[in-house]
Design a protein around this ligand. Structure first.
Ligand SMILES: [Zn+2]
Ligand SMILES: [Zn+2]
Length: 262
């Protein structure tokens, strides 16, 4: 299984999974043309994408979904709440490309098993995804206000985890965002801080996780180096050495790289 984070951040999210001959996009929160260019950069024909999975209806996850599906005839998968929430943004999708799943119930896209699990976020029915194929497991969870125990359960057994490290709490508090927005981001249905991501990874280390990518960084309230340093600090505080845990950070606006899962 291969994983390509194409865009990851508060200004747009999309990543590609290749597994068992199947190509799955997770989110399409950039323009259709930016997504097409990014796929071209890794030699992927947009028409060859088998499925587009949506986490939730916020524009940084769906803004290019409608255009992409219509242009390249790609099926879009989301739960009922997200479909209702995103329809005004994505426009009309061909009925044959509308796929509705149930949260917490796994399904297959050809040989790839997909498990959407509920995440705490201020959207109608936001989810993260666990993707299983050939004995390898990838887990993607961003836009989470708080790491509830069931999220740790969802990530258990992952060979690679993309987890949100949205903001540095001090940068957010001191920054220029209005108070209401700061309160929203810091709430249990907002976004995960660097510290919270670090604490979650330390817990997951004890459950076998050895590899993670920090993602969905805020443009205004985080810096890649700071996110990495803060999370490293949290891991070291739990006696987890740098060598024992592979940690990278997904770029906001360009391809991060190709990760072989497992
Ligand atoms: Zn988001
Ligand atoms: Zn969101």
């Amino acid at each position: 299984m291969l994983f390509y984070p194409l865009f990851s951040g508060s200004s747009g999210n999309a990543s590609l999974v290749e597994a068992g001959g199947v190509r799955i996009l997770i989110d399409a929160g950039v323009t259709g043309s930016a997504l097409t260019r990014a796929l071209g950069g890794i030699g992927v024909e947009p028409k060859s994408v088998d499925a587009l999975l949506i986490t939730h209806e916020h524009s940084d996850h769906v803004s290019g979904a409608g255009v992409f599906s219509r242009k390249y005839d790609v099926p879009v998968y989301a739960n009922r709440g997200t479909w209702e929430g995103m329809l005004p943004c994505v426009g009309r999708i061909e009925p044959r490309n509308v796929r509705v799943f149930e949260t917490n119930r796994d399904f297959y896209i050809q040989g790839v098993n997909v498990t959407p699990f509920k995440t705490p976020h201020d959207a109608r029915e936001s989810v993260g995804y666990r993707i299983d194929c050939g004995g390898k497991r990838l887990c993607v969870m961003t836009d989470i206000g708080v790491v509830e125990p069931r999220l740790l359960d969802a990530a258990e057994g992952a060979d690679l985890l993309l987890i949100e490290a949205n903001h540095d709490v001090d940068m957010l508090r001191m920054g220029r965002y209005p108070y209401v927005l700061k309160r929203r981001i810091l709430s249990d249905v907002g976004h995960l801080s660097n510290e919270s991501a670090g604490k979650a990874l330390a817990k997951l280390y004890l459950r076998g996780l050895r590899r993670a990518i920090l993602g969905h960084l805020s443009l205004d309230n985080n810096i890649e180096e700071l996110a990495l340093a803060t999370v490293r600090e949290m891991l070291r505080a739990e006696s987890i050495s740098d060598a024992a845990f592979e940690l990278t950070v997904a770029h906001r606006d360009r391809l991060t790289g190709c990760y072989e899962v497992g």
